[in-house]
Write a protein that binds this ligand. Structure first.
Ligand SMILES: C[S@@+](CC[C@H](N)C(=O)[O-])C[C@H]1O[C@@H](n2cnc3c(N)ncnc32)[C@H](O)[C@@H]1O
Length: 232
């Protein structure tokens, strides 16, 4: 019998989406400057950014509003954004050019594959997962990004002591995140202990404001990879 390749369950559905002329132009002219191609090879992130600095991974940055706001506020931190929605990437690129930022790089590809193939062990100080698609129907829960194998991959690329920051305004997704993270080696961190930490910052986005108008309340969940144990 002919064997068929396994169909992968993805956390997104490719939507053609409306793309503006300016966003299309940005993808053509600015992606060569800010973008990194998807490759089955681990990146040398110091070489990518031209320095060794604290590093944040922004998963599914949407239109990039929060990413650009924090990157502009903290030029001493490097940011890698991964997103599959091209109009959003185009929007981010236009914002990056306008702000003249040099501390952001972008990969336009499924983050699950990017982490697995391209990101080295213990290479990020923080991972941001802001408002992941909630996939509310039970039969779609397997599409949620927060799953034990994905969290294990996140843990692998986090430096000891690094932070995972998940924000959601869908209460069942917060509950799901708590359940999945409880099975991981990452440890919950109280938000109050992180006040003033640039790595824990989350500027509001258009997406969040739309949710607020619908009565949704955003929740921020923080987890830390345990620091390396002291030598005996
Ligand atoms: C609900 S939006 C949130 C956008 C943004 N983080 C914010 O807070 O406004 C979720 C985003 O995740 C992106 N996304 C979903 N699955 C992804 C994946 N596997 N790889 C990369 N991006 C993904 C979607 O394209 C979408 O832009």
């Amino acid at each position: 019998m002919e064997s068929r390749p396994l169909r992968k369950v993805r956390s997104f559905v490719r939507r053609p989406g409306r793309i503006t002329v300016a966003q299309r132009r940005a993808l053509e002219t600015l992606l060569p400057r800010y973008g990194l191609p998807y490759e089955q090879r681990r990146l040398d992130l110091d070489a990518v950014f031209g320095r060794s600095a604290p590093r944040v991974l922004d998963i599914g940055f949407g239109d990039g509003e929060a990413l650009v706001t924090t990157a502009a506020r903290y030029p001493e931190i490097d940011y890698l954004g991964v997103e599959i929605h091209e109009p959003g990437v185009g929007h981010l690129l236009l914002l990056l050019e306008r702000a003249g930022l040099e501390n952001v790089r972008v990969i336009v590809h499924d983050v699950v594959e990017v982490i697995e193939a391209m990101l080295p062990d213990a290479s990020f100080d923080a991972i941001n997962l802001f408002f992941p698609d909630p996939w509310p129907k039970k039969r779609h829960h397997k599409r949620r990004l927060v799953q034990p194998p994905f969290i294990a991959q996140c843990e692998r690329i986090m430096k000891p002591g690094a932070l995972l920051h998940v924000a959601t305004d869908w209460a069942p997704y917060a509950e799901h995140t708590r359940e999945v993270l409880a099975q991981s080696a990452l440890q919950p961190v109280a938000a109050q202990t992180l006040a003033g930490d640039p790595l824990a910052e989350r500027p509001p986005t258009k997406f969040e404001r739309r949710g607020e108008r619908l009565g949704h309340v955003a929740e921020d969940l923080y987890y830390r990879r345990p620091p390396a144990s002291e030598p005996a």
